[in-house]
Design a protein. Structure first.
Length: 306
């Protein structure tokens, strides 16, 4: 099997928790959207101010859990007296009917925060669950699954965190943390070598540079520049399996002859039906836009105990 490079040549924001500041901001925005100018008129009219309740969050279908801290922050923002106890951790694979968290305390706050908490958890758990399916599909090949920038505006940090919960990697987080030269950049810059040289001159020593190639001829040109205008990764866009295998072999030969540590990334036309064969071509990373733009919401529910 072709030797692979360290996949950390692509951006990865780690597997830790979401920054609490981002969580607070997102929760406050969602609650403001839901409560408007006068609040939860249904709950305030029907539930006594001193009523307390206990409920359970359960997965109605199996999947991978993500977003527990966001749910906890939702209730805390409404009333610090609400207790939220996670029964599993983010990233846990659960079966249908598994209790993932319990909540207890002021009933009004629980009812008011229910939908916001479920919206975040359902969306994030759905992404984590789909990611896990892709990760499982390539198990044993050595290829990693990564996301893209095809995320919901305003929710990128949460969706990329969910990808990590599912066992995937994060590609660049935005336009600010890694250079990715695509076909339109090359045209506008006046050519492949001009684009790469300009990017290398501008990028700091910690910024990685990746270039998209659509053909094997383009890849050969990139590899020929490895000594004078090196890149850290090549994105093999919409290539056939035969092309991917040739590309991987060409990059491996360049690594052996020049010492360049170039990662190979396959993208385009990736589905659960095709991802295994793509991984077996020998690429280091497979980026999948569907992880964030097409993941179905995981069915979770909150039920009060009598």
């Amino acid at each position: 099997m072709t030797a692979r490079v360290n996949i950390n040549t692509l951006a990865d924001i780690g597997a830790g928790q979401l920054p609490s500041m981002l969580v607070r901001q997102a929760v406050e925005m969602a609650l403001a959207e839901d409560l408007g100018l006068v609040g939860d008129i249904t709950t305030d009219a029907t539930i006594p101010a001193d009523a307390v309740a206990r409920g359970v969050f359960a997965a109605r279908t199996g999947g991978v859990v993500s977003g527990l801290d966001v749910a906890r922050a939702t209730f805390a923002a409404l009333n610090p007296g609400v207790g939220f106890d996670a029964q599993v951790a983010d990233g846990a694979q659960v079966a249908a009917n598994t209790i993932v968290a319990t909540v207890n305390g002021p009933a009004r706050a629980i009812l008011t925060g229910e939908r916001v908490a479920l919206n975040y958890m359902g969306r994030m758990s759905g992404i984590a669950s789909l990611t896990r399916r892709y990760v499982d599909a390539v198990a044993g090949t050595g290829a990693a699954i990564a996301d893209t920038r095809k995320t919901t505006p305003g929710l990128r940090a949460f969706e990329k965190y969910a990808v990590r919960c599912g066992g995937g990697l994060n590609h660049r987080i935005g336009l600010f943390d890694a250079v990715l030269i695509k076909d339109n950049h090359i045209v506008a810059a006046g050519g492949l070598e001009l684009a790469v040289r300009a990017a290398r001159a501008r990028a700091g020593h910690l910024v990685k540079i990746e270039i998209e190639v659509d053909t094997l001829d383009q890849l050969d040109r990139v590899l020929a520049m490895a000594q004078t205008a090196p890149v850290d990764a090549v994105l093999l866009d919409n290539m056939t399996l035969d092309q991917l295998r040739v590309a991987v072999a060409s990059v491996a030969a360049a690594r052996a002859s020049t010492g360049a540590r170039i990662a190979t990334e396959a993208s385009g036309g990736v589905s659960l039906a095709t991802v295994r064969a793509i991984a077996e071509s020998g690429v280091d990373v497979i980026s999948v836009g569907a992880l964030t733009h097409s993941a179905p919401v995981l069915d979770l529910g909150l039920d009060f105990e009598g």
